[in-house]
Design a binder for this molecule. Structure first.
Ligand code: BGC
Length: 255
């Protein structure tokens, strides 16, 4: 079965049809640049362009970089604040000519994909996926079941929002060495999350996970196993498509 997945990110909006049996894209994904400011109407137009590129006419799953409950956006830390309170499912369904749309948090989508097809496959107990990008996204699983919208990127670390200190963007903006970022920022963040949740496994996602060899070996003193995500760039698209068929995590627009 194929479903369409779209990943709304801070820099790009990308999507493709997904083969749900293989957890992979059936065609090369199409990407458009995220409009700045990323207002609801402009982003919806981009999503319509991505979906239209494939002439798609079935279900669509869409990720959003903020809390989403009942298809409505509740927070927008790194996108235009005009999103807060918007029924994103309804907005996108209208722009897509009435196609069924499911919207969920971006890290939750990546986590769903990793738990089924990637680094979290067959893993029981408490598993936490963290996406380290512009912000920090989190997806918490207990015996494979998602606890949605956990927002662990906004824990307080040394009086700061954790994502402002330990995200990949913080490393780039502050021109931190891999060593400094890994040992002084990321390690402390992981230790804090571990203190709160005692996970068996951390899965590290986001673009920086491609460079995991530069920083994961430097992180010491964490009990949990720490592994890089496997689906990398496509995890959001695959997870969005999976969510569009799963009522347990779906936050689909009401008819
Ligand atoms: C948002 C999360 C999101 C993460 C990654 C955070 O700032 O609050 O909802 O998952 O960024 O995009």
């Amino acid at each position: 079965m194929n479903v369409f997945g779209v990943d709304i990110g801070g820099s790009g909006i990308k999507g493709a049809p997904v083969d749900l049996n293989r957890g992979d894209l059936t065609q090369e994904r199409h990407k458009v640049l995220t409009p700045q400011p990323a207002t609801p109407d402009d982003v919806a137009g981009c999503v319509a362009e991505v979906v239209g590129h494939f002439g798609w006419s079935g279900s669509v799953g869409v990720t959003f970089p903020g809390v989403v409950t009942d298809s409505t956006v509740r927070t927008a830390a790194n996108v235009d604040k005009a999103w807060i309170g918007v029924d994103a499912g309804r907005l996108l369904r209208d722009r897509l000519g009435g196609l069924p749309v499911t919207v969920l948090n971006d890290a939750d989508a990546a986590g769903i994909a990793e738990m089924t097809f990637g680094a979290g496959r067959d893993r029981k107990g408490t598993v936490i996926l963290l996406t380290l990008g512009t912000g920090i996204g989190s997806a918490l699983f207990v015996d494979g079941t998602l606890v949605p919208n956990t927002e662990l990127g906004h824990l307080e670390l040394k009086g700061h929002d954790a994502e402002k200190r330990a995200s990949s963007k913080a490393r780039e903006d502050e021109e931190l060495s891999w060593e400094h970022w890994a040992t002084r920022r990321l390690r402390k963040y992981l230790a804090h999350v571990e203190m709160l949740f005692s996970p068996e496994l951390f899965i590290i996602g986001g673009g920086v996970s491609r460079k995991a060899d530069k920083f994961l070996p430097l992180i010491e003193g964490i009990r949990a196993e720490i592994v890089p995500a496997q689906l990398q760039n496509n995890a959001g698209i695959v997870g969005a498509a999976m969510a569009a068929t799963a009522t347990t995590v779906a936050t689909a627009a009401k008819p």
